[in-house]
Each structure stands twice: as structure tokens, then as C-alpha cells.
Design a protein around this ligand. Structure first.
Ligand SMILES: *[C@@H]1O[C@H](CO)[C@@H](O)[C@H](O)[C@H]1NC(C)=O
Ligand SMILES: *[C@@H]1O[C@H](CO)[C@@H](O)[C@H](O)[C@H]1NC(C)=O
Ligand SMILES: *[C@@H]1O[C@H](CO)[C@@H](O)[C@H](O)[C@H]1NC(C)=O
Ligand SMILES: CC(=O)N[C@H]1CO[C@H](CO)[C@@H](O)[C@@H]1O
Length: 310
């Protein structure tokens, strides 16, 4: 199950407003001297992959988001479980994550070009930008670099720290509340199959869309179900989602709830405008990419993104 895009986006907006954890030490062209080709290498590989498989764009963006929201943008999401420790990527919210092989491939290429120099966390941030930017043919936001890789990855924290689509706006106003994403799946399930407890479907959901979702979301629910959040436009990065929302086709109840709150309805309306959406999105990504970064002597530059250095 993908986290609701709008929930992700509102989380980012919250960050934009409060500007938590400004990433100190990140800068433009951090690798200018030691690996000047880095941005071009990442972009070339990412664009080739996304051209061949357009659904990768959203996957690579999600990877960055999941990484940053647990322990900060430190590539902890990439670590495999080892020695009895269950890593973040094994946690429920990550069951439908993918794109790890692309990161591996980019890392391998960079290790050839400039060994031990570019962090996995920076690769994830650059790849997310380039994956989204492919359809526009130019970088949609600047990625500041200089992140270092962490050495801790705990499944428990992923379940605890990822914002859930089950949240409604008031929760966001208080804090970035934490709930397991199993709950999110159950809520979608309930919305489709048992809204008021009588085996019914949420009437605020467009009926045709509800039927479509039922074909995607089995009864009983499976943890690994994925559905397209924005079926008419799931392979492109655009404002269609916000238009769909207006027509009661938002996937999660939290999405629908956003329309009943005056402030968020205003935001959703504003983002039907492509330019406003892209500008805000880029700005939010820069803020998200700075959450809890390691720099200076903290962390390390992993040789293999899946394991901490020996
Ligand atoms: C570049 O390499 C030099 C020599 O290994 C090292 O001292 C320096 O910290 C590196 N700079 C960056 C930005 O990685
Ligand atoms: C990236 O791709 C462009 C266009 O295909 C090519 O000219 C360039 O040499 C590639 N750069 C790297 C670093 O691979
Ligand atoms: C539907 O909801 C009711 C009330 O919460 C519950 O008793 C019932 O078991 C649910 N049915 C299913 C199929 O989940
Ligand atoms: C797609 C992907 O890599 N997701 C991983 C999430 O966690 C499970 C459980 O370990 C892995 O099997 C998946 O590969």
C-alpha cells in the first residue's frame, strides 16, 4: 500500500512551515572536487531506468520519503537485516517499497568512478529528484549534498515514525502522529467493505472508483496490496490527484477529510495549479531532504548501501 500522496505532501508542508531540523552542512555541489560527475552519473542511470519502467519514478521518490521520515535521511532504509536485527525495510510500511536494485547499480558505478566518496543517502536524494524530473527533461529542484550514512536501521522505528494515511488533519496540526500502516490498509479496507459496520462502502467515495478499488484491494486485505493512488495518472507527476480529490476520488479517508477542512481544502485547490504545485513540491523536497542528516565526522560513506562498513 502506498502512503497517501496527499498525506505525504501535507507532512512536507508541515515541515515547510516549521522548518524543523535544517540540514546543517548540506550544500550545492558538495562532491564538486572529489566526484564531479556524480549528478550526471545518477541522472543518466535513473533516467534510463525510468524511461524503461515509468512506475519507478514514484517508487524512487517513496524510497527517499521513507528514508527521511525514519532517523533522518541517512540511507537507513537501504540496510538489510543482519545479525538478528530486523531492518526498517522489513517493517510493514516498507513491504511495498522497491527500487533498491537501482540504488545498488548507481552506487556500484560511483564506486568505480570515485571510490568511498558518495554517500548512499545522497544517492537516494538525487535519484528521487531525477526520477521525478525525467518527464520534464530537467531537474525540478536542487539537491543539496553532503549527507553521510547511518549505521542503525530498526523495523520498529519505521512502523512507529512513518506518518500514516489513517491520519486526519487535526492530528497533523498537533504533531506528526505515528501509526502503523497496517492500520492504513485496514482503514481503506473498511472504507471499501465495511464503512459503517454493515458491509457497506463509504458513500463519499465515487462509486465507480470504489468498484475499481475493490478489484485492487482484496477482501480480506493483504499486507502487500498496492493500488494506484491516482489511477488516471499514476505514472506521471502532475496535479491530476488534486482534481481527482475534488471529484471524490481520493484514495484514503484522510484525503477526503482534507476537503472538509477549510485550510486544507484551500491547499488542495491551490495545487490544482501545476506551477504552484511544482514550486511548493520542490521546496518541500529540499526541506524533507534535510531532516536529521548526518555530516562532518558522523556516520560513514558506505561501500555497499545494504551493509554498514566492517
Ligand atoms: C575529498 O577528498 C579529500 C582527500 O581524500 C578529503 O580530505 C576531503 O574530505 C574530500 N572532500 C569531500 C567533500 O568529500
Ligand atoms: C550521460 O548521458 C549523456 C547523454 O547520453 C552522455 O553524453 C554522457 O556522456 C553521460 N554521462 C555520463 C557521466 O555517463
Ligand atoms: C464490520 O464491522 C462490524 C462493526 O465494527 C464488525 O462487527 C464486523 O465484524 C465487520 N465485518 C467485517 C467483514 O469486517
Ligand atoms: C520490494 C522490497 O524490497 N520490499 C522488501 C520489504 O521487506 C520484505 C520483507 O523482508 C522484503 O522481502 C521485500 O523485498
Amino acid at each position: 500500500m502506498r502512503p497517501s500522496f496527499l498525506v505525504l505532501f501535507v507532512s512536507l508542508l508541515v515541515l515547510t512551515v516549521v522548518e524543523v531540523c535544517k540540514g546543517e552542512g548540506l550544500r550545492k555541489k558538495f562532491y564538486h572536487k572529489n566526484c564531479s560527475q556524480v549528478e550526471e552519473i545518477v541522472r543518466n542511470i535513473t533516467w534510463n531506468k525510468v524511461a524503461a519502467e515509468p512506475s519507478l519514478a514514484a517508487k524512487l521518490l517513496r524510497l527517499h520519503y521513507h528514508d527521511c521520515f525514519v532517523r533522518g535521511c541517512d540511507a537507513s532504509i537501504l540496510l538489510d537485516s543482519a545479525g538478528g536485527n530486523t531492518a526498517e525495510k522489513e517493517a510493514i510500511p516498507n513491504l511495498s517499497l522497491s527500487g533498491y536494485e537501482i540504488i545498488d547499480e548507481i552506487k556500484a558505478e560511483l564506486e568505480e568512478e570515485c571510490p568511498g566518496t558518495v554517500s548512499c543517502a545522497d544517492i537516494v536524494a538525487l535519484t528521487a529528484r531525477d526520477a521525478v524530473s525525467f518527464q520534464f527533461g530537467r531537474p525540478m529542484w536542487k539537491v543539496f549534498t553532503g549527507r553521510r550514512d547511518g549505521s542503525v536501521s530498526l523495523a520498529l522505528e519505521a512502523t512507529r515514525d512513518l506518518p500514516s494515511a489513517a491520519q486526519t488533519l487535526p492530528l497533523y496540526n498537533n504533531n506528526l502522529q505515528i501509526k502503523g500502516s497496517m492500520l492504513r490498509i485496514l482503514l481503506l479496507f473498511r472504507r471499501l467493505y465495511n464503512f459503517t459496520g454493515n458491509g457497506d462502502t463509504d458513500p463519499s467515495l465515487d462509486p465507480a472508483y470504489a468498484n475499481f478499488l475493490k478489484t485492487q484491494c482484496s477482501n480480506p486485505p493483504k499486507r502487500t496490496t498496492t493500488v494506484e493512488m491516482d489511477p488516471k495518472s499514476s505514472l506521471s507527476f502532475d496535479t491530476h490527484y488534486f482534481k481527482a480529490l475534488k471529484h471524490n476520488q481520493g484514495l484514503f479517508q484522510s484525503d477526503a477529510a482534507l476537503l472538509t477542512d477549510k485550510r486544507s481544502a484551500h491547499i488542495a485547490k491551490m495545487f490544482q495549479n501545476r506551477r504552484a504545485f511544482i514550486d511548493h513540491f520542490g521546496h518541500s523536497m529540499v526541506n524533507m531532504g534535510a531532516i536529521g542528516v548526518l555530516n562532518g565526522d558522523n556516520g560513514e560513506i558506505r561501500k555497499n548501501c545494504r551493509v554498514i562498513n566492517a
